[in-house]
Design a protein around this ligand. Structure first.
Ligand SMILES: Nc1ncnc2c1ncn2[C@@H]1O[C@H](COP(=O)(O)OP(=O)(O)OP(=O)(O)O)[C@@H](O)[C@H]1O
Ligand SMILES: [Mg+2]
Length: 164
C-alpha cells in the first residue's frame, strides 16, 4: 500500500490539513506537540480502522468540534482507492472506500497494510513473550487474509476455556 494524499479535518490538533505524499520514505520532524504522532495515527487508522493510541473514537475529534474526518488516497496493487473515515460525537464511525460504505471499520485491515513501531513498542524487546506474539499477530493479520481464521483456531486450541 502506498499513500498518495491525506486530508485531515478536525482530526486531533489538525483543523484542516492536506498532505501530498510521493514515492519513497518520508520523515516528519518538528517541535513537541506539533502533531507528528497524530499524523501517523491518522495513517494507521486509514489502514486499520482504529487508533493505536485510544479505543475511544471521540478523543480523535478536535477539541470543541462535533466530528472528525480523514480522507486518504491510497494506491494498492496499482489501483487507486479513496478511503474516508468519519468520526462523530453522535453517530457511529463511518468508513467508505470509493464512496461505498463498509459495514465495519475492521474490514480496512483486510485491504491495507501498515506496520507501526512506536517508542512504546520497545517493550517488545524486554516485555512478556505474549506481547511479542500479539505484535506479530497484528502485522500478519494485515498481510495474510487466511491468518485471522488460523489465529482463531490456534486460540481455541491453546485457550479452549477462555476463547469464545
Ligand atoms: N482531540 C484533540 N483535539 C485537539 N488537540 C489535540 C487532540 N488530541 C491531542 N491534541 C493535541 O495534539 C498535541 C500532541 O500531538 P502529537 O502527540 O502528535 O505531537 P508530536 O508532534 O508527536 O510531539 P512529540 O514530539 O512530543 O512526540 C497536543 O498539543 C495535544 O493537546
Ligand atoms: Mg510524538
Amino acid at each position: 500500500m502506498s499513500l498518495r494524499e491525506l486530508v485531515l479535518i478536525n482530526f486531533r490538533n489538525y483543523e484542516y490539513e492536506k498532505i501530498p505524499f510521493f514515492e519513497g520514505c518520508h520523515v516528519f520532524y518538528g517541535p513537541n506537540a506539533q502533531g507528528k504522532t497524530n499524523l501517523l495515527e491518522s495513517v494507521y487508522i486509514t489502514a486499520r480502522g482504529q487508533s493505536f493510541k485510544t479505543t475511544t473514537d471521540r478523543k480523535l475529534i478536535r477539541f470543541g468540534e462535533r466530528s472528525a474526518y480523514i480522507r486518504s488516497r491510497v494506491c494498492e496493487a496499482e489501483r487507486e482507492k479513496e478511503v474516508e473515515i468519519k468520526f462523530s460525537m453522535v453517530d457511529r464511525k463511518r468508513v467508505r472506500i470509493n464512496q461505498v460504505e463498509l459495514e465495519s471499520a475492521a474490514a480496512l485491515a483486510e485491504q491495507f497494510d501498515v506496520v507501526l513501531f512506536a517508542p512504546e513498542n520497545l517493550e517488545l524487546v524486554q516485555g512478556a513473550p505474549s506481547e511479542r506474539r500479539a505484535y506479530m499477530d497484528s502485522i500478519l493479520l494485515g498481510t495474510d487474509p487466511a491468518y485471522r481464521s488460523l489465529l482463531r483456531s490456534y486460540e481455541k486450541t491453546v485457550f479452549p476455556i477462555t476463547a469464545p
